[in-house]
Design a protein around this ligand. Structure first.
Ligand SMILES: [Zn+2]
Length: 342
């Protein structure tokens, strides 16, 4: 035995790292990623900013129609031009001109930066100061384009893009929606870098849209007003204490968060770190299905976290429930329940 084996990242690993873990202040990186994929299939090494402007602005315009918030800052001349184009107040030529001038200011520099430093692999080089005035696609990008997984990369960017949009639209803390990539299952999953309980109060408004001011467990009155003495608790349905016992990052996913009255969560016979009775699991599934079927902004997040079909999502909840019960053994239910409100 020679001890540990070094792990060498593949080109796919690098690409994914950029898309999943790069810092996002605007969704430009996703639009550039999608554009690079299109150009890689065409085989030409040099792409001028004028050429890049077409797919880049097309992707941004499409996404502005899905979610108007595409950056953390409130104003952007480039995004405003895209909005004008979308409502017919600007022609294609004006849009492309504006994109060439304003669209690439930061994204070309920032694309390869992950966790504050540049990756060791580049998928293009910056040739804006050369006479081509654009970017040069690298052999690494062409190699990536020949790999089997290449056809999945646009879908992955799309999924990640939708998650970031959802977070911005709902003003949710980012960790609730942070995704990682699981190689075995080929799924994106919710992730939290350190096993710490984070403040998740930003979820209240989003969750209350479904719960309509009632406790998830007892249907008693709750409020989401920060100053109120009756402020709802954001409760982990399957307890947060399971995190270090194999349920890990999944437990912080929004699929597992509900609003609870203080009494149910931490009153004299409160839930604390117990597993709710099985009928509440059905209630949770109904809640998550509602968000998905009503095209709520949390839809994409819930699908990413729990599965793409109803059956998959049922299996996921069942498995999580089973693992929780195996560890915590007992069930909890509220002492008293009001008239069902959902
Ligand atoms: Zn309650």
């Amino acid at each position: 035995m020679t001890g540990f084996n070094e792990v060498l990242p593949t080109l796919e690993n690098y690409w994914r790292s950029i898309i999943l873990f790069g810092r996002n202040v605007a969704s430009y990186k996703f639009a550039l990623g999608k554009s690079l994929i299109e150009f890689a299939s065409q085989g030409s090494e040099i792409v001028t900013l004028e050429q890049l402007a077409e797919p880049f602005s097309r992707h941004i315009c499409q996404h502005l129609q899905l979610a108007d918030k595409q950056a953390t800052s409130s104003s952007s001349r480039f995004l405003n031009a895209c909005r004008k184009y979308n409502v017919g107040d600007m022609g294609k030529e004006g849009l492309l001109d504006c994109t060439t001038k304003l669209g690439f200011n930061n994204v070309i520099d920032a694309f390869h930066v992950v966790h504050d430093s540049e990756l060791g692999v580049r998928f293009f080089t910056d040739e804006r100061n050369g006479h081509e005035k654009g970017i040069r696609l690298t052999q690494e990008l062409f190699q990536l384009s020949e790999q089997f997984q290449f056809c999945n990369l646009p879908t992955e960017i799309e999924a990640r893009w939708r998650l970031v949009e959802s977070a911005w639209e709902l003003s949710l803390p980012r960790h609730v929606l942070t995704v990682g990539y699981d190689k075995e299952s080929k799924l994106l999953f919710a992730s939290d870098r350190n096993f710490q309980r984070k403040v998740i109060t930003g979820c209240r408004d989003a969750l209350n849209g479904y719960q309509k001011g009632k406790c998830f467990y007892c249907f008693g009155d709750i409020t989401v007003e920060a100053a109120s003495a009756e402020l709802a608790d954001v409760d982990h349905f399957l307890p947060h204490s399971l995190k270090p016992f194999g349920l890990g990052d999944l437990i912080d996913g929004v699929w597992n968060l509900v609003l609870s009255c203080q009494n149910c969560n931490r009153g004299p016979k409160g839930k604390f770190a117990q597993v709710p009775e099985l009928r509440f699991l059905e209630r949770l599934h109904t809640r998550n299905s509602f968000f998905i079927e009503s095209h709520h902004p949390l839809r994409e997040t819930l699908i990413q976290q729990t599965g793409t079909s109803e059956l998959e999502r049922r299996r996921f909840l069942q498995e999580m429930y089973q693992r929780s019960k195996e560890l915590l053994v007992r069930n909890w239910q509220p002492e008293y329940e009001h008239e069902p409100a959902f």
